[in-house]
Design a protein around this ligand. Structure first.
Ligand SMILES: Nc1ncnc2c1ncn2[C@@H]1O[C@H](COP(=O)(O)OP(=O)(O)O)[C@@H](O)[C@H]1O
Ligand SMILES: C[C@@](O)(CCOP(=O)(O)O)CC(=O)O
Ligand SMILES: [Mg+2]
Length: 386
Protein backbone atom coordinates (compact mmCIF):
# COMPACT_ATOMS: atom_id res chain seq x y z
CA UNK A 1 0.00 0.00 0.00
CA UNK A 2 1.50 3.29 -1.05
CA UNK A 3 0.29 6.87 -1.33
CA UNK A 4 2.06 10.05 -2.33
CA UNK A 5 0.90 13.54 -1.35
CA UNK A 6 2.07 16.93 -2.53
CA UNK A 7 1.53 20.40 -1.13
CA UNK A 8 2.72 23.76 -2.48
CA UNK A 9 4.82 26.52 -0.97
CA UNK A 10 3.55 30.09 -0.84
CA UNK A 11 4.34 33.77 -1.08
CA UNK A 12 2.81 36.32 1.28
CA UNK A 13 1.90 39.42 -0.74
CA UNK A 14 1.16 41.41 2.40
CA UNK A 15 0.63 40.94 6.12
CA UNK A 16 3.24 38.47 7.43
CA UNK A 17 3.90 38.74 11.19
CA UNK A 18 0.98 41.19 11.63
CA UNK A 19 -1.30 38.22 10.74
CA UNK A 20 -0.05 36.45 13.89
CA UNK A 21 -1.48 39.42 15.83
CA UNK A 22 -4.88 39.42 14.13
CA UNK A 23 -4.28 41.58 11.02
CA UNK A 24 -5.41 40.63 7.53
CA UNK A 25 -2.85 39.07 5.17
CA UNK A 26 -2.88 38.05 1.50
CA UNK A 27 -1.04 34.95 0.26
CA UNK A 28 -0.80 32.84 -2.90
CA UNK A 29 0.43 29.30 -3.50
CA UNK A 30 3.45 28.83 -5.78
CA UNK A 31 4.22 25.97 -8.14
CA UNK A 32 7.01 24.49 -6.02
CA UNK A 33 5.96 21.46 -3.99
CA UNK A 34 6.91 19.21 -1.09
CA UNK A 35 6.17 15.53 -1.71
CA UNK A 36 5.58 12.91 0.98
CA UNK A 37 5.18 9.22 0.18
CA UNK A 38 3.91 6.73 2.73
CA UNK A 39 4.33 2.98 2.41
CA UNK A 40 3.27 0.24 4.83
CA UNK A 41 5.35 -2.95 4.75
CA UNK A 42 3.75 -6.29 3.96
CA UNK A 43 3.98 -9.01 6.70
CA UNK A 44 6.65 -10.80 4.64
CA UNK A 45 8.88 -7.68 4.83
CA UNK A 46 9.22 -8.45 8.53
CA UNK A 47 9.81 -4.77 9.20
CA UNK A 48 8.83 -3.36 12.58
CA UNK A 49 10.25 0.13 12.28
CA UNK A 50 9.04 3.61 11.47
CA UNK A 51 11.45 5.25 9.03
CA UNK A 52 11.61 8.86 7.86
CA UNK A 53 13.79 9.50 4.83
CA UNK A 54 14.65 13.10 3.93
CA UNK A 55 15.84 12.33 0.42
CA UNK A 56 17.18 15.78 -0.58
CA UNK A 57 19.44 15.83 2.44
CA UNK A 58 20.35 12.13 2.20
CA UNK A 59 19.22 11.68 5.81
CA UNK A 60 17.33 8.78 7.32
CA UNK A 61 15.81 8.48 10.79
CA UNK A 62 14.40 5.26 12.13
CA UNK A 63 12.70 4.02 15.31
CA UNK A 64 11.65 0.51 16.34
CA UNK A 65 7.86 0.71 16.83
CA UNK A 66 8.37 -0.67 20.37
CA UNK A 67 10.53 2.40 21.15
CA UNK A 68 7.75 4.78 20.06
CA UNK A 69 5.17 2.81 22.08
CA UNK A 70 7.39 3.02 25.13
CA UNK A 71 7.86 6.81 24.73
CA UNK A 72 4.26 7.67 23.82
CA UNK A 73 2.15 5.01 25.59
CA UNK A 74 -0.89 7.29 25.77
CA UNK A 75 -1.06 7.76 22.02
CA UNK A 76 -4.20 6.24 20.56
CA UNK A 77 -4.91 7.43 17.03
CA UNK A 78 -7.96 9.61 16.58
CA UNK A 79 -7.38 10.93 13.10
CA UNK A 80 -10.74 12.72 12.97
CA UNK A 81 -9.85 15.00 15.89
CA UNK A 82 -6.76 17.14 15.38
CA UNK A 83 -5.05 17.51 18.75
CA UNK A 84 -2.21 19.73 19.94
CA UNK A 85 1.03 18.22 21.13
CA UNK A 86 0.81 18.66 24.92
CA UNK A 87 3.75 19.64 27.12
CA UNK A 88 3.98 15.97 28.26
CA UNK A 89 4.01 14.65 24.69
CA UNK A 90 6.62 17.27 23.72
CA UNK A 91 8.79 15.95 26.57
CA UNK A 92 8.23 12.34 25.44
CA UNK A 93 9.08 13.08 21.80
CA UNK A 94 12.29 15.03 22.63
CA UNK A 95 14.48 11.94 23.44
CA UNK A 96 13.21 10.15 20.31
CA UNK A 97 14.62 13.05 18.28
CA UNK A 98 17.82 13.52 20.30
CA UNK A 99 18.81 9.84 19.95
CA UNK A 100 18.83 10.23 16.14
CA UNK A 101 22.01 12.36 16.39
CA UNK A 102 20.98 14.94 13.80
CA UNK A 103 24.08 16.53 12.24
CA UNK A 104 24.80 19.90 13.93
CA UNK A 105 24.50 21.75 10.61
CA UNK A 106 20.96 20.37 10.23
CA UNK A 107 19.75 20.90 13.80
CA UNK A 108 16.78 22.97 12.55
CA UNK A 109 15.31 19.66 11.37
CA UNK A 110 14.67 18.63 14.99
CA UNK A 111 11.35 20.52 15.07
CA UNK A 112 10.33 19.02 11.70
CA UNK A 113 11.11 15.51 12.99
CA UNK A 114 9.14 16.19 16.19
CA UNK A 115 6.19 17.34 14.06
CA UNK A 116 6.49 14.13 12.02
CA UNK A 117 6.43 11.93 15.14
CA UNK A 118 3.43 13.79 16.55
CA UNK A 119 1.41 13.67 13.31
CA UNK A 120 2.34 10.07 12.56
CA UNK A 121 1.56 8.65 16.01
CA UNK A 122 -1.65 10.71 16.30
CA UNK A 123 -3.04 9.72 12.90
CA UNK A 124 -1.61 6.25 12.30
CA UNK A 125 -0.68 5.08 15.82
CA UNK A 126 1.99 2.40 16.10
CA UNK A 127 2.11 0.93 12.58
CA UNK A 128 5.46 0.33 10.93
CA UNK A 129 5.94 2.37 7.76
CA UNK A 130 8.42 4.19 5.57
CA UNK A 131 7.84 7.86 4.87
CA UNK A 132 9.90 9.57 2.18
CA UNK A 133 10.07 13.37 1.85
CA UNK A 134 11.40 15.38 -1.10
CA UNK A 135 10.97 19.08 -1.74
CA UNK A 136 11.42 21.65 -4.49
CA UNK A 137 11.29 24.43 -1.88
CA UNK A 138 14.30 26.03 -0.22
CA UNK A 139 14.01 25.26 3.50
CA UNK A 140 13.87 28.15 5.97
CA UNK A 141 13.64 30.86 3.28
CA UNK A 142 10.14 32.28 3.75
CA UNK A 143 8.41 30.21 1.06
CA UNK A 144 6.50 28.13 3.59
CA UNK A 145 8.51 24.89 3.43
CA UNK A 146 7.41 24.03 6.99
CA UNK A 147 3.73 24.34 6.07
CA UNK A 148 4.08 22.44 2.77
CA UNK A 149 5.84 19.64 4.71
CA UNK A 150 3.10 19.51 7.38
CA UNK A 151 0.29 19.64 4.79
CA UNK A 152 1.80 16.94 2.56
CA UNK A 153 2.52 14.79 5.64
CA UNK A 154 -1.02 15.19 6.99
CA UNK A 155 -2.52 14.50 3.57
CA UNK A 156 -0.53 11.28 3.10
CA UNK A 157 -1.25 10.06 6.64
CA UNK A 158 -4.97 10.85 6.41
CA UNK A 159 -5.30 9.19 2.99
CA UNK A 160 -4.95 5.81 4.74
CA UNK A 161 -6.97 6.65 7.85
CA UNK A 162 -10.50 5.86 9.03
CA UNK A 163 -11.53 9.52 8.80
CA UNK A 164 -11.21 9.77 5.06
CA UNK A 165 -12.71 7.64 2.33
CA UNK A 166 -11.07 8.05 -1.05
CA UNK A 167 -11.04 6.17 -4.35
CA UNK A 168 -7.78 4.22 -3.99
CA UNK A 169 -8.14 3.04 -7.59
CA UNK A 170 -8.04 6.59 -8.94
CA UNK A 171 -5.13 7.12 -11.34
CA UNK A 172 -3.35 10.47 -11.39
CA UNK A 173 -3.37 13.29 -8.83
CA UNK A 174 -6.56 13.35 -6.80
CA UNK A 175 -8.11 16.38 -5.07
CA UNK A 176 -9.56 16.08 -1.59
CA UNK A 177 -13.17 17.10 -0.90
CA UNK A 178 -13.92 20.13 1.30
CA UNK A 179 -14.31 18.07 4.51
CA UNK A 180 -11.03 16.24 3.97
CA UNK A 181 -9.22 19.47 3.15
CA UNK A 182 -10.44 20.94 6.41
CA UNK A 183 -9.06 17.96 8.31
CA UNK A 184 -5.72 18.07 6.48
CA UNK A 185 -5.46 21.80 7.22
CA UNK A 186 -6.22 21.34 10.93
CA UNK A 187 -3.66 18.57 11.38
CA UNK A 188 -1.06 20.54 9.40
CA UNK A 189 -1.67 23.49 11.73
CA UNK A 190 -0.84 21.23 14.70
CA UNK A 191 2.45 20.35 12.96
CA UNK A 192 3.19 24.02 12.20
CA UNK A 193 2.69 24.81 15.90
CA UNK A 194 5.54 22.44 16.72
CA UNK A 195 7.81 24.10 14.11
CA UNK A 196 6.77 27.80 14.39
CA UNK A 197 5.72 28.09 18.04
CA UNK A 198 2.84 30.49 17.38
CA UNK A 199 1.75 30.25 13.73
CA UNK A 200 -1.14 32.29 12.37
CA UNK A 201 -2.25 29.36 10.19
CA UNK A 202 -1.95 31.30 6.91
CA UNK A 203 0.86 29.12 5.49
CA UNK A 204 -0.83 25.75 6.07
CA UNK A 205 -4.16 27.18 4.85
CA UNK A 206 -2.81 28.47 1.52
CA UNK A 207 -0.79 25.28 1.05
CA UNK A 208 -3.90 23.14 1.68
CA UNK A 209 -6.36 25.12 -0.46
CA UNK A 210 -3.98 26.62 -3.05
CA UNK A 211 -4.87 29.70 -5.15
CA UNK A 212 -4.88 33.15 -3.53
CA UNK A 213 -6.40 33.83 -0.13
CA UNK A 214 -7.15 36.64 2.27
CA UNK A 215 -6.64 35.42 5.84
CA UNK A 216 -7.51 36.93 9.20
CA UNK A 217 -7.80 35.40 12.68
CA UNK A 218 -7.90 31.82 11.43
CA UNK A 219 -10.45 32.26 8.66
CA UNK A 220 -9.87 32.40 4.95
CA UNK A 221 -11.61 34.17 2.08
CA UNK A 222 -10.74 32.93 -1.39
CA UNK A 223 -9.60 35.72 -3.72
CA UNK A 224 -10.84 35.53 -7.27
CA UNK A 225 -8.82 37.43 -9.80
CA UNK A 226 -8.04 37.46 -13.50
CA UNK A 227 -5.09 39.73 -12.93
CA UNK A 228 -1.76 38.02 -13.67
CA UNK A 229 0.61 38.83 -10.80
CA UNK A 230 4.18 38.22 -11.87
CA UNK A 231 6.61 38.19 -8.97
CA UNK A 232 10.36 37.80 -9.04
CA UNK A 233 11.50 35.85 -5.98
CA UNK A 234 15.03 36.59 -4.81
CA UNK A 235 16.48 34.19 -2.27
CA UNK A 236 19.14 36.05 -0.27
CA UNK A 237 20.32 32.61 0.92
CA UNK A 238 20.67 34.08 4.43
CA UNK A 239 19.37 31.36 6.74
CA UNK A 240 16.93 32.16 9.49
CA UNK A 241 14.31 30.55 11.63
CA UNK A 242 10.64 31.56 11.60
CA UNK A 243 10.06 30.61 15.25
CA UNK A 244 12.64 33.08 16.63
CA UNK A 245 11.58 35.90 14.26
CA UNK A 246 7.91 35.49 15.27
CA UNK A 247 8.96 35.48 18.94
CA UNK A 248 11.06 38.65 18.34
CA UNK A 249 8.03 40.55 16.99
CA UNK A 250 5.93 39.41 19.96
CA UNK A 251 8.61 40.70 22.35
CA UNK A 252 8.67 44.08 20.56
CA UNK A 253 4.87 44.11 20.84
CA UNK A 254 5.14 43.57 24.61
CA UNK A 255 7.66 46.41 24.91
CA UNK A 256 5.68 48.89 22.75
CA UNK A 257 2.05 47.73 22.70
CA UNK A 258 0.54 51.09 21.66
CA UNK A 259 2.94 51.77 18.81
CA UNK A 260 2.78 48.18 17.56
CA UNK A 261 -1.03 48.24 17.57
CA UNK A 262 -0.83 51.09 15.00
CA UNK A 263 1.71 49.15 12.93
CA UNK A 264 -0.54 46.06 12.88
CA UNK A 265 -3.59 48.18 12.01
CA UNK A 266 -1.73 49.82 9.14
CA UNK A 267 -0.81 46.37 7.80
CA UNK A 268 -4.44 45.29 8.11
CA UNK A 269 -5.52 48.28 5.95
CA UNK A 270 -2.78 47.57 3.38
CA UNK A 271 -3.84 43.91 3.01
CA UNK A 272 -7.51 44.82 2.68
CA UNK A 273 -6.76 47.45 0.04
CA UNK A 274 -4.44 45.05 -1.79
CA UNK A 275 -7.11 42.36 -1.99
CA UNK A 276 -9.67 44.94 -3.23
CA UNK A 277 -7.30 46.14 -5.96
CA UNK A 278 -6.42 42.60 -7.05
CA UNK A 279 -10.10 41.64 -7.29
CA UNK A 280 -11.41 44.84 -8.91
CA UNK A 281 -12.44 44.34 -12.54
CA UNK A 282 -9.98 45.90 -14.99
CA UNK A 283 -11.30 48.64 -17.29
CA UNK A 284 -14.01 49.32 -14.76
CA UNK A 285 -12.70 52.21 -12.77
CA UNK A 286 -9.00 51.33 -12.77
CA UNK A 287 -6.70 50.55 -15.71
CA UNK A 288 -4.14 47.74 -15.39
CA UNK A 289 -1.35 50.29 -15.04
CA UNK A 290 -3.14 52.12 -12.23
CA UNK A 291 -3.80 48.83 -10.44
CA UNK A 292 -0.18 47.78 -10.80
CA UNK A 293 1.05 51.11 -9.43
CA UNK A 294 -1.18 50.66 -6.39
CA UNK A 295 0.05 47.09 -5.81
CA UNK A 296 3.70 48.23 -5.96
CA UNK A 297 3.08 51.10 -3.58
CA UNK A 298 1.19 48.91 -1.08
CA UNK A 299 4.03 46.38 -1.12
CA UNK A 300 6.54 49.17 -0.44
CA UNK A 301 4.45 50.44 2.47
CA UNK A 302 4.19 46.92 3.90
CA UNK A 303 7.98 46.55 3.69
CA UNK A 304 8.42 49.79 5.67
CA UNK A 305 6.21 48.40 8.41
CA UNK A 306 8.04 45.06 8.41
CA UNK A 307 11.23 47.02 8.93
CA UNK A 308 9.65 48.74 11.94
CA UNK A 309 8.80 45.29 13.34
CA UNK A 310 12.53 44.47 13.24
CA UNK A 311 12.44 41.65 10.68
CA UNK A 312 14.36 43.15 7.75
CA UNK A 313 18.04 42.35 7.16
CA UNK A 314 21.07 43.83 5.35
CA UNK A 315 20.66 41.29 2.55
CA UNK A 316 16.98 42.25 2.14
CA UNK A 317 17.90 45.94 2.06
CA UNK A 318 20.46 45.20 -0.68
CA UNK A 319 17.73 43.58 -2.80
CA UNK A 320 15.41 46.56 -2.17
CA UNK A 321 18.08 49.08 -3.21
CA UNK A 322 18.90 47.09 -6.35
CA UNK A 323 15.29 46.75 -7.53
CA UNK A 324 14.61 50.43 -6.75
CA UNK A 325 17.25 51.36 -9.36
CA UNK A 326 14.85 49.75 -11.86
CA UNK A 327 11.87 51.59 -10.26
CA UNK A 328 10.48 48.25 -9.05
CA UNK A 329 8.79 47.71 -5.69
CA UNK A 330 9.88 44.89 -3.39
CA UNK A 331 9.15 43.49 0.04
CA UNK A 332 10.37 40.56 2.09
CA UNK A 333 8.08 37.54 2.12
CA UNK A 334 7.58 35.12 5.01
CA UNK A 335 9.35 35.69 8.28
CA UNK A 336 12.21 37.88 6.94
CA UNK A 337 15.60 38.14 8.69
CA UNK A 338 17.11 36.96 5.36
CA UNK A 339 15.19 34.46 3.25
CA UNK A 340 13.24 35.59 0.19
CA UNK A 341 12.22 38.97 -1.24
CA UNK A 342 9.36 39.56 -3.71
CA UNK A 343 9.66 42.07 -6.54
CA UNK A 344 6.50 42.96 -8.43
CA UNK A 345 6.98 42.80 -12.21
CA UNK A 346 4.37 44.93 -14.03
CA UNK A 347 2.95 43.44 -17.25
CA UNK A 348 4.58 46.03 -19.56
CA UNK A 349 8.07 45.56 -18.10
CA UNK A 350 10.41 44.34 -20.83
CA UNK A 351 12.10 40.96 -20.58
CA UNK A 352 15.48 42.64 -21.15
CA UNK A 353 15.05 44.74 -18.00
CA UNK A 354 14.07 41.65 -15.98
CA UNK A 355 17.14 39.78 -17.29
CA UNK A 356 19.41 42.73 -16.39
CA UNK A 357 17.91 42.92 -12.88
CA UNK A 358 18.29 39.18 -12.34
CA UNK A 359 21.94 39.22 -13.39
CA UNK A 360 22.64 42.19 -11.09
CA UNK A 361 20.96 40.41 -8.15
CA UNK A 362 22.75 37.14 -8.90
CA UNK A 363 26.09 38.96 -9.05
CA UNK A 364 25.47 39.82 -5.35
CA UNK A 365 25.29 36.08 -4.63
CA UNK A 366 21.48 35.90 -4.53
CA UNK A 367 19.36 33.36 -6.39
CA UNK A 368 16.36 34.46 -8.49
CA UNK A 369 13.31 32.60 -9.70
CA UNK A 370 9.98 33.49 -11.24
CA UNK A 371 7.40 31.11 -9.80
CA UNK A 372 3.88 30.57 -11.09
CA UNK A 373 1.37 31.69 -8.46
CA UNK A 374 -2.13 30.68 -7.50
CA UNK A 375 -2.06 26.99 -8.49
CA UNK A 376 -3.72 24.03 -6.74
CA UNK A 377 -3.36 22.97 -3.11
CA UNK A 378 -2.90 19.56 -1.48
CA UNK A 379 -3.33 16.50 -3.72
CA UNK A 380 -2.70 12.78 -3.42
CA UNK A 381 -1.69 9.98 -5.75
CA UNK A 382 -2.33 6.30 -5.00
CA UNK A 383 0.02 3.60 -6.13
CA UNK A 384 3.64 3.84 -7.32
CA UNK A 385 5.51 6.85 -8.64
CA UNK A 386 3.60 9.76 -10.21
N1 LIG B 1 11.29 18.89 3.44
C1 LIG B 1 11.43 18.98 4.76
N2 LIG B 1 11.88 17.94 5.48
C2 LIG B 1 12.01 18.02 6.82
N3 LIG B 1 11.75 19.12 7.55
C3 LIG B 1 11.29 20.20 6.89
C4 LIG B 1 11.12 20.18 5.47
N4 LIG B 1 10.67 21.39 5.10
C5 LIG B 1 10.58 22.13 6.24
N5 LIG B 1 10.96 21.42 7.31
C6 LIG B 1 10.98 21.90 8.73
O1 LIG B 1 10.62 23.28 8.72
C7 LIG B 1 11.73 24.10 9.18
C8 LIG B 1 11.76 25.40 8.36
O2 LIG B 1 10.59 26.13 8.65
P1 LIG B 1 10.58 27.69 8.79
O3 LIG B 1 11.65 28.17 9.70
O4 LIG B 1 9.18 28.03 9.12
O5 LIG B 1 10.93 28.22 7.31
P2 LIG B 1 10.03 28.20 5.98
O6 LIG B 1 8.70 27.65 6.34
O7 LIG B 1 9.96 29.63 5.56
O8 LIG B 1 10.79 27.41 4.98
C9 LIG B 1 12.95 23.23 8.97
O9 LIG B 1 14.01 23.61 9.81
C10 LIG B 1 12.39 21.84 9.30
O10 LIG B 1 12.30 21.64 10.70
C1 LIG C 1 5.86 35.31 9.83
C2 LIG C 1 4.64 34.51 9.44
O1 LIG C 1 3.56 35.43 9.20
C3 LIG C 1 4.87 33.72 8.14
C4 LIG C 1 6.06 32.79 8.21
O2 LIG C 1 6.31 32.17 6.95
P1 LIG C 1 7.63 31.30 6.70
O3 LIG C 1 7.66 30.20 7.70
O4 LIG C 1 8.81 32.22 6.86
O5 LIG C 1 7.50 30.80 5.30
C5 LIG C 1 4.27 33.58 10.59
C6 LIG C 1 2.85 33.01 10.55
O6 LIG C 1 1.95 33.65 9.97
O7 LIG C 1 2.66 31.94 11.12
MG1 LIG D 1 7.48 28.16 7.99
Amino acid sequence: MEVKARAPGKIILSGEHAVVHGSTAVAASIDLYTYVSLRFPTPSDNDDTLTLQLKDMALEFSWPISRIKEALPESSPLSSTPTSCSVESTKSIAPLVVEQNIPEARIGLASGISAFLWLYSSIQGFKPATVVVTSELPIGSGLGSSAAYCVALSAALLAFSDSVSLDVNHRGWLLFGEKELELVNKWAFEGEKIIHGKPSGIDNTVSTYGNMIKFKSGSLTRIKTNMPLKMLITNTKVGRNTKSLVAGVSERNLRHPDAMAFVFRAVDSISKELSTVIQSPTLDDLSTTEKEEKIGELMEMNQGLLQSMGVSHDSIETVLRTTLKYKLASKLTGAGGGGCVLTFLPTLLSGTVVDKLISELESCGFQCLIAGTGGGGAEIFFGGSS
